[in-house]
Design a protein around this ligand. Structure first.
Ligand code: IPM
Ligand code: MN
Length: 357
């Protein structure tokens, strides 16, 4: 097979971590015998400032991306721009433009010493979060009235469509059914937000179609408590866009930090986008200090989406071994140089080839 992969390194540490992700992709391609070509997308702060481009990312980029098999994105965000402008014009535009309706974010503890909670083992923290990705407070439906005056009104609408909710829930039920525990928890705030009743009703309807999946419902505030108190109670979680954003940062800490948390922005069967869930970390830019593991795990998720299951599993296994071995002393920036971590993972992917590929 040959894949066309879009690469959008973006801002800050994005280019450095993506470079390491691509190193590992190259190693996996050699070992597992698939081919690929990359298509570079220059969008981000530097590109916008250097070219004086009127649009941060033109609509034609989305059309070009539609022809690809997958996209690897580094990070977007730069303090020289107003908060959120780049993020909405690039990350948001890709999610919405390509209709990537699921944001799949595993929370997996690879090595016990990385967890900030007492006495938690890898088997206690293995959660798959299915975050809805194209609705909620992210649709940009809203605005200001009398901005900057004492009478200012600011309004932002959370929207949920029956179709949008149902397709996300269905995806989550399918994922939950395929996992050993087959448990799915809906996380919402139906006690304060009546619109979340649409999630509850649709969830109950689908539960009848998936009798083998055990279901539960949590309010999001309680979920934050349980994630810290009793993470082993969760298997698969399905939730709204905004709550999914928040609980997966909490989840990343359970894994040891943002340095290991990856996500996929997915439309099943179509071009999808994979990224570390961390930001552009401007203070580490160009210092070869950022941890590229999250991006490397995003590459593994991308390969799984492409159907290269064996390559995906191998990368994940190599990362887990590296983390357990303590060759990477911590997940903190600078624990090992960015490029060295990429070399270690790529080397281990290649080395394991003869025995088990
Ligand atoms: C994420 C990020 C984005 C989000 C930001 C950059 C808009 O925090 O991918 O989790 O809120 O979705
Ligand atoms: Mn986030």
């Amino acid at each position: 097979m040959s894949y066309r992969i879009g690469v959008l390194p973006g801002d800050g540490i994005g280019p450095e971590v993506v470079r390491e992700g691509l190193k590992v992709l190259a190693a996996a391609a050699e070992v597992f015998g698939f081919r690929y070509e990359t298509v570079h997308f220059p969008y981000g702060a530097e590109h916008t400032l250097a070219t004086g481009a009127r649009e941060i990312m033109p609509p034609s980029a989305i059309e070009q991306m539609r022809e690809l098999d997958a996209i690897l994105l580094g990070a977007i965000g730069d303090p020289r721009f107003e908060t959120g402008v780049l993020e909405r014009a690039i990350v948001g535009a890709i999610r919405f433009g390509l209709d990537l309706y699921v944001n799949l974010r595993p929370i997996k503890l690879y090595a016990e010493h990385l967890c900030p909670l007492k006495d938690k083992r890898p088997e206690d923290i293995d959660i798959l979060v299915v975050r809805e990705n194209t609705e909620d407070a992210y649709t940009l439906i809203g605005g200001f009235l009398k901005k900057g005056t004492p009478d200012e009104v600011a309004q932002q609408t959370m929207i949920y469509t029956r179709k949008g909710v149902e397709r996300c829930l269905r995806y989550a039920f399918e994922k939950a059914r395929a996992r050993p525990r087959k448990k799915l928890t809906l996380v919402d705030k139906a006690n304060a937000i009546p619109a979340h009743d649409l999630w509850r009703r649709t969830f109950a309807e689908l539960a009848a179609e998936y009798p083998e999946v055990q279901t539960d419902v949590n309010f999001v505030d309680a979920c934050c408590m349980w994630l810290v108190k009793d993470p082993e109670s969760y298997d698969t979680i399905v939730t709204t866009n905004l709550f999914g954003d928040i609980i997966t940062d909490l989840g990343a800490m359970l894994q040891g930090g943002l340095g290991v948390a990856a996500g996929g922005n997915i439309h099943p069967g179509r071009v999808s986008m994979f990224e570390p869930i961390h930001g552009s970390a401007p203070k580490y830019t160009g210092q070869n200090k950022a941890n590229p593991i999250a991006t490397i795990l995003a590459v593994a998720m991308m390969l799984e989406h492409l159907g290269e299951q064996a390559a995906a599993s191998r990368i994940e296994q190599v990362v887990a071994e590296l983390l357990r071995s303590r060759r990477l002393p911590s997940l903190k920036a600078g624990a090992l140089p960015t490029s060295e971590i990429g070399d270690l993972v790529a080397g281990a992917v290649r080395a394991s080839s003869a025995a088990t590929a």
